[in-house]
Write a protein that binds this ligand. Structure first.
Ligand code: HAM
Length: 423
């Protein structure tokens, strides 16, 4: 028997319903904030990520699903969404019509990591990107948007860890100072970090090994690298967040450096107790040089991506798990009633009401159990008596009260009853 590839999961019925809810909630918030959907191909040229995410990062050196296509091109399954969106933005010349654009995406990403809880090889991100502004108010909007999506999905116990990495020059200054300080301790670093120290010392700060990270963190403490402009920008972001619902969720964390090279200035990660210490539910920040580095004009940009699988892990801790998928359940006794029930089910569905019934002639008791399991708020019951009278019995699952209604009044009666529920 074939099995799904390691780290790549099927999303089965029941669970897919929860995904739809999470995505629907996210889309409604994204629209409220004025973001438009963008969809890019699953495959891209490898060079796109080498140039943007960085040739020395874990994603590029170890984690991309990369291969030669039939035309001898090096292609990869996209490991993240930001670089493809900048590519699409420039390719479609969107900067020429209106440089300021707000995008969102809900898409699968691929990284060949060692699979474990919350770490997959095919995972899904809900992301947002704003291109065309250096204004700190846009950083604040992005953070508020991220918080609103989590809130709307009932995820409560999260923390947004904020930092400022500095501009291009600040990062060079930080990198040099870090290299100087870590050189003395090189023997204590892992083999990967020894290489990182030569090529990109900042990456030692997000090594997966605690020992390397701790050495780099203690070195970082004594380095003052932020220019006045970046300090003011960081203060500006916090000023914009003041008094908002997300302010309480934000804490400063000087150790947030992010594992992708395109970041400058504001960076953040969102942690949640349902996930381990190193795994974030989402993350993002500014990438003010990326549009220019990819051949476009100099334009500021900021964005984030939330991991959907990790949102679900947090959600199941914070909220009751979704139970049902039928607002109205049609329970029937006998073959003739089943035929009438089938017609009624169809009529309700066409009228836009989520409706389900059992086709297997199961006992009334087991159908009522189904109705409960599916979270139905009303159950229609039809047996021989009802058929003879041309009526249905309508049971309110909350109050257990039952009323009768003529077949001809069925839709009207169901709608009236449903109005008493705030669905
Ligand atoms: P990232 O930190 O690499 O950033 O990924 C963002 C989120 O995707 C993570 O916080 C996590 O929730 C989820 N994620 C990453 N890898 C995995 C995995 N192997 N399994 C499950 N979930 C995972 C980015 O991708 C940036 N493009 C975010 C961004 C957008 N920055 C600016 N704009």
């Amino acid at each position: 028997m074939y099995k799904a590839l390691r780290g790549m999961n099927d999303i089965l019925p029941g669970v897919s319903r929860i995904w739809q809810d999470v995505e629907k909630n996210a889309i409604s918030v994204l629209r409220q904030f004025g973001y438009s959907e963008i969809r890019t191909p699953v495959m891209e040229e490898k060079g796109l990520f080498v140039k943007s995410v960085g040739g020395e990062t874990d994603i590029v050196t170890k984690e991309m699903f990369s291969f030669r296509d039939r035309g001898e091109r090096d292609v990869v399954l996209r490991p993240e969404g930001t670089a493809p969106i900048v590519r699409a933005y420039l390719e479609a010349n969107l900067h020429k019509t209106d440089p300021f654009q707000k995008f969102y995406y809900i898409e699968p990403m691929f990284r060949s990591e060692r699979p474990q809880a919350g770490r997959l090889r095919q995972f899904h991100q809900i992301g947002a990107e704003v291109i065309g502004s250096l204004n700190p108010v846009v950083d604040a909007e992005i953070i508020l948007l991220l918080a609103a999506i989590l809130d709307k999905n009932g995820i409560k116990d999260y923390t947004i860890r904020l930092n400022n990495l500095g501009c291009h020059d600040d990062k060079i200054r930080l990198s040099g100072a870090l290299k100087a300080q870590l050189s003395d301790k090189e023997v204590l670093l892992c083999d990967d970090c020894k290489k990182r120290l030569q090529k990109n010392p900042l990456r030692v700060l997000d090594c997966k090994k605690d020992s390397c990270r701790n050495i780099a963190r203690s070195a970082l403490k004594s380095i003052d690298f932020l220019c006045e402009n970046c300090k003011n920008h960081f203060a500006g972001v916090k000023e914009c967040l003041k008094g908002t619902s997300a302010e309480k969720k934000c804490v400063d964390d000087p150790y947030i450096v992010r594992g992708l090279d395109y970041y400058t200035s504001t960076v953040f990660e969102v942690s949640h107790p349902a996930l381990g210490a190193q795994d974030a539910i989402g993350a993002g920040g500014r990438y003010d040089n990326l549009v220019k580095d990819m051949g476009g004009p100099a334009l500021g940009a900021v964005g984030f991506a939330l991991g959907v699988e990790r949102m679900l892990m947090a959600r199941s801790k914070d909220t009751a798990v979704f139970k049902g998928s039928a607002t109205v359940y049609v329970a029937t006794i006998g073959e003739k009633a089943a035929k009438e029930g089938f017609k009624i089910t169809n009529e309700l569905r066409i009228a836009g009401i989520e409706c389900n019934m059992n086709y297997e002639g199961s006992s009334l008791k087991s159908q009522m159990r189904d109705a409960d399991k599916l979270g139905s708020v009303l159950t229609i019951i039809i047996g021989d008596d009802e058929l003879a009278k041309g009526e249905i019995v309508l049971r309110d699952m909350r109050t257990k009260e039952q009323i009768s209604a003529k077949f001809t009044d069925m839709l009207k009666t169901v709608n009236e009853k449903l109005k008493t529920y705030s669905l």
